[in-house]
Design a protein around this ligand. Structure first.
Ligand code: F6P
Length: 358
């Protein structure tokens, strides 16, 4: 009898269920007899032994279902070394559960923070295999994370819907898209949705350059401009501040988020009528697109194969169209960001999109 633990951790995304289904279908091909220990709400379930024993049929019919049937929670890696409210060592609690349940392996589906903890557990001797999920597509070591394409579809749809109303009213519209640290969603959706300006956390903007782009369009007789702005978009002035100064500035900011600050600056300098739209968590909602279903199923199958081969301490990743194992020690602590020399930035500029930098 094989006993496999499974958990989803961090912000949810589309295709988590499809990926778990893939793992379980793969395991069913390798083992006659196995049990899945599904931990509730991520690492928290592993710490406090909140789990249910599940069979393959519990993972049937969930290919197209959004969210995660196991639930999830954020358990920041930087707090893993801090004892819980009862003074207990969180890492020890997780190790104890794994040992008590006599698990053969632990399958972890998560993003960046989750991978740091998964690596720690692997270094402590647990048999860990991970799958890369997040709408942010910022996990180092994989070309693609599942959830990303579905989120880009939703973000693009938001831009498409804004297009018609923007044209009717002769306004400037700002659509704020998810991505605090990285701007992959805003970059892809911005290009797909025909945004005129795309602002990303990785490329600090000069508000005057943004305004130049809007005014050029107005002069050309264009009735509207649309800005796709990542949550973490940052001005050149703010990017020059120290971490501490920036934190203090943001704490005292009158704006709920980056888009509102940008809207205010543009309004102040141009007098244009501006509206802000924030699709927010709708970008993580609903069922997965076909692309995400396919890659998460493939990654699930690969994770099952690694378990069968007892090859632990790896994340299954997509590289150049192939699924490959990448050591957790290589993945943990790194972020895959948009670099200014990314071909999509160059191509965007050729298309006339302003990134607010030149
Ligand atoms: O999971 C990634 C993400 O959706 C980011 O794009 C976003 O900035 C953040 O999570 C939102 O986090 P929360 O759901 O905790 O508000």
């Amino acid at each position: 009898m094989k006993r496999i633990g499974m958990l989803t951790s961090g912000g949810d995304c589309q295709s988590l269920n499809a990926a778990m289904r893939g793992v379980v279908k793969g395991l069913s091909g390798f083992y006659k007899d196995f049990e899945i220990y599904g931990f509730q709400d991520g690492y928290k379930g592993l710490m406090y032994q909140n789990y249910k024993v599940m069979s393959p049929k519990d993972f049937s019919g969930i290919l197209t279902l959004g969210g995660t049937i196991l639930g999830t929670s954020r358990q920041p890696f930087k707090l893993m070394g801090t004892p819980d409210e009862k003074g207990q060592d969180k890492v020890k609690l997780m190790m104890d559960t794994y040992k008590k349940l006599k698990l053969d392996a632990l399958v972890v589906l998560g993003g960046n923070g989750t991978h740091k903890t998964a690596n720690l557990l692997s270094e402590k001797g647990l048999n860990v295999v991970t799958l890369p999920k997040t709408i942010d597509n910022d996990i180092w070591g994989t070309d693609m994370t599942f959830g990303f394409q579905s989120a880009v579809d939703i973000a693009t749809n938001a831009l498409d819907c804004i297009h018609t109303t923007a044209a009717s009213h002769n306004r400037v519209f700002i659509v704020e898209l998810m991505g605090h640290k990285v701007g992959w969603v805003a970059l892809h959706a911005g290009i797909a949705g025909g945004a005129d300006v795309i602002l990303l956390p990785e490329i600090p903007y000069d508000i005057d350059k943004v305004i130049q782009c809007i005014e050029k369009r107005t002069k050309e007789g264009k009735r509207f401009s649309i800005l796709a702005v990542a949550e973490g978009a940052i001005s050149k002035e703010d990017a020059a501040l120290s971490k501490k100064q920036l934190k203090a500035k943001r704490l005292n900011s009158p704006y709920p988020s980056a888009a509102y600050e940008i809207a205010d600056k543009i309004k102040e300098k141009t007098g244009q009528e501006i509206r802000v739209t924030v699709p927010g968590h709708t970008q993580r909602g609903g069922g997965p697109c076909a692309y995400d279903r396919a890659i998460s199923s493939r990654l699930g199958a690969a994770a099952a194969e690694l378990i069968h081969k007892e090859q632990y301490g790896y994340m299954v990743a997509l590289r150049d169209g192939k699924v490959v194992p990448v050591p957790l020690s290589e993945v943990a602590g790194k972020l895959k960001v948009v670099t200014p020399d990314d071909p999509m930035i160059h191509e965007g500029k050729v298309l006339g999109i302003s990134f607010g930098d030149e």
